[in-house]
Structure formats: C-alpha cells, structure tokens
Design a protein around this ligand. Sequence first.
Ligand SMILES: Nc1ncnc2c1ncn2[C@@H]1O[C@H](COP(=O)(O)OP(=O)(O)OP(=O)(O)O)[C@@H](O)[C@H]1O
Ligand SMILES: [Mg+2]
Length: 247
Amino acid sequence: MKSSEESYTYLFSMENICFEIEDKVILEKINCEIGLNGITGIIGPSGSGKSTLLRLLNKLISPTKGIVRFKDVDIADMESQDLRKEIGMVLQRPFLFKGTVKSNLLYGPKIWNIDYSDDALCKLLDTVGLEADFLTRNIDGLSGGEQQRVSLARSLANNPIVLLLDEPTTALDIVSEEIIENTLKRLAADNIKIIIVTHSLEQTKRLTDQLLFLKEGQLIEKTTSKDFFKRYNEQEIRSFFKHTEGK
Ligand SMILES: Nc1ncnc2c1ncn2[C@@H]1O[C@H](COP(=O)(O)OP(=O)(O)OP(=O)(O)O)[C@@H](O)[C@H]1O
Ligand SMILES: [Mg+2]
C-alpha cells in the first residue's frame, strides 16, 4: 500500500512532550518513536494520560512543550486537515452525525473531493462486517456496536495510513468486539498502522505487537507485547491495569 512506498523514519515521534492543564502535569517528558509495523497498544491505569497522548497525535490538542512529528514532520507546521486526512480516529463513544450511514461515510471524502460510488461505500461497510443495506439506514436506529462499526468505516473512508483508536470496543458486547478486532487485524495485515488505547489485558494480548505503558503521565515502558508478557506475570500486569480492567 501507499505508506510502504513513502520514505520516512518514524510514523510518529514524540520529543520531550509535556502536557499541562491549569498547572497540572498530565504528561511529562514523553520521548518515543512509533515505527512502521503492526498494532501499537497504549496501556496504563485510569488517568495515566492514554487518551491525552492519543489526542496529541492528531492535533486535537497541542503539547505545552516538545515536538510531535508525523512522518518526520513537526505537526505544529501541518494543517490539521492535512494531518487528519492521513490519520483516522475512532473515539470511545461513537461520534456520528445525524442522518444516514451514507452521509456519515461521505463526510470526509466530500471535504477531500474523493468520489465514492455506492458500490465502493458498500465495500467499506463490508470491511467492518456490515451488510450493504446499512447504507441507507438512519444512525438513530443502529445499535452501539453497529454505530461503532460505522464510525470505524467512516475513519477508513479517506484511506488513512494510520488509525488512532481510543478504547473502541469498551462499550460493546463480545460479538461486536470480536468483529471489530478481526477487522483491525485485517487492516493491520493490509499495512494500515494502528494505535489503540485499551484497558483490557485480554485485548492487549489478542491484538498488539508493541506497547507503550503509561503511569501517572510518564512513559514507563516501550516494548514488544511478547517481551512485556514474558517479563511480567499475570498478577503484576493486572495491577498495572488496576481499576480499569473491565473485561
Ligand atoms: N481537559 C482537561 N482538564 C483537566 N484535566 C484533564 C483534562 N484532560 C485530561 N485531564 C486529566 O488528565 C489525566 C489523564 O487523562 P486521560 O484522559 O488522558 O487519562 P486516561 O489514561 O485516558 O484514563 P482512562 O483510562 O480513565 O480513560 C486525568 O487525571 C484527567 O483528569
Ligand atoms: Mg482515556
């Protein structure tokens, strides 16, 4: 796919990132690079700064200090829209516009003048395991799991090279969670980079190749998932997820 033909060293890099609100330090001196391959998990206890870190990556917020780079370019120098064309984001609670599934899917492509036939939109729905007849359905009539899948399909409509996902399956039943996880695995195999915040130890095991482990606003570990699960026992790892291990 297109990303492998481009030349850059890191998909994202963070250099001395600090994020403060009202004198409260939320993230402190984060230094890390996120490379080119696989699914990266962001894990850590509730309040450790996971969502904040994700939001910094697509410029929903800006760091108090430090530099975030996307494909080696300081994102402070990029237009938010240009950045977000390449970065799809799915929030914990599906955020959809009123209207039909079709109008939601076409939101990004319209901004970018990307033409989409109904056939192509149906393919997009198929990617997330939804039947073609969903295209004309109204958002209001969809279940939480269906809405989350539409949300994922919409984030794919611009052909992003990376997806940022903030606990995308937390509110879902097991079947919807499995469908989304399988979709993510397929996308990753198709060379879409995925960065996922998760509070589920089991999901971390099932999905991730590498991990960023945050605690109290600091990056404690950046390692492969294999190494992480080898070095710590289950009980230790559960304590890292404490109060947030819902599944
Ligand atoms: N806009 C804000 N104003 C004040 N405090 C904030 C703001 N955004 C985040 N925080 C605080 O920063 C800390 C980190 O928040 P963040 O949402 O990044 O944590 P998290 O690791 O995603 O937690 P969770 O697992 O509960 O989603 C929390 O203490 C939170 O209250
Ligand atoms: Mg969060």
